[in-house]
Design a binder for this molecule. Structure first.
Ligand SMILES: [Zn+2]
Ligand SMILES: [Zn+2]
Length: 271
């Protein structure tokens, strides 16, 4: 049964926050130590080239932002829980057909992909960029800890897609849970700094159009394209894909033949 009073919602929010924070730091720390520490030499050929290298100051910046974003993320969850208690959502609790859950997960990924693309482009508008999104782009050489390193406003906006989804879509709660986990996995993969996906995915029709670590690393490198979250579809549609992406994906571990990074001044790099 969904909670229907303020105290139950607050308790659920708190346990949700603890679960998210513990889960996030466990997964991301593990990935960081395996890939960046243990794998530093072993995976050298998979390391994505970058004009700058992550240092301790960057990691401290990323950890601080992550804590803020985890707290702010609870706002969206709280709004959804309050709407649900008031009977304003169409979310379906209880057991669901696994096939139905899968369909909703696919639909949710596509919806979130569009949501992210358009907000992301707006956040790159010169009048807005330096106030909010520049926080995320202080990480040029992305690390797994860059995944949730956002300004608080952006942390809310990017997670807020679940609010219209909960109000308008009869989505099983299980699908929402899967989407949260999938979203985190995609975010960590995007900010891995290493490319583990095989080159042959470029020859497989559906896989070719999915996001990769190289795709998002190029976004951090040049800022003028590759705004997508899960897929390359919106970037292809609106002509914002960074030239030379596929060459960079193939070239991993060596200097990509993709676009050159020209300035460390964020205001000049923003579009
Ligand atoms: Zn960006
Ligand atoms: Zn990023």
């Amino acid at each position: 049964m969904p909670p229907n009073d303020a105290r139950s919602i607050a308790l659920l929010l708190f346990s949700n926050f603890v679960t998210q924070a513990v889960g996030y730091f466990t997964v991301v720390s593990l990935v960081y130590f395996v890939v960046w520490r243990w794998g530093r030499e072993r995976f050298a050929r998979r390391r994505i080239a970058s004009p700058a290298r992550a240092d301790r100051a960057q990691l401290r910046h990323e950890l601080g932002n992550t804590l803020v974003v985890l707290v702010v993320g609870m706002l969206s969850v709280g709004i959804v829980l309050a709407l649900q208690a008031a009977g304003h959502t169409r979310l379906v609790s209880g057991p669901s057909n696994p096939l139905l859950v899968l369909l909703w997960v696919v639909g949710g990924v596509l919806f979130n992909d569009a949501w992210f693309y358009f907000w992301h482009r707006l956040l790159h508008h010169p009048r807005i960029y330096r106030h909010i999104h520049a926080v995320h782009h202080r990480s040029v050489d992305v690390t797994p800890f860059s995944s949730y390193s956002f300004h608080a406003v952006e942390g809310f906006v990017l997670g807020a897609w679940i609010i219209p989804a909960a109000i308008f879509l009869p989505m099983p709660m299980a699908a929402l849970g899967v989407l949260q986990v999938f979203g985190l996995a995609n975010n960590v993969m995007s900010h891995l700094g290493y490319e583990f996906l095989p080159r042959w995915i470029l020859r497989v029709p559906v896989l070719r159009w999915t996001n990769t670590a190289t795709f998002h690393s190029l976004h951090h490198k040049v800022l003028r394209g590759n705004f997508g979250l899960h897929t390359r579809l919106w970037d292809r549609l609106f002509g914002t894909e960074v030239d030379g992406y596929e060459a960079a994906f193939i070239a991993r571990g060596t200097e990509p033949s993709g676009p050159e990074y020209t300035s460390t001044d964020d205001s000049k790099r923003a579009e």
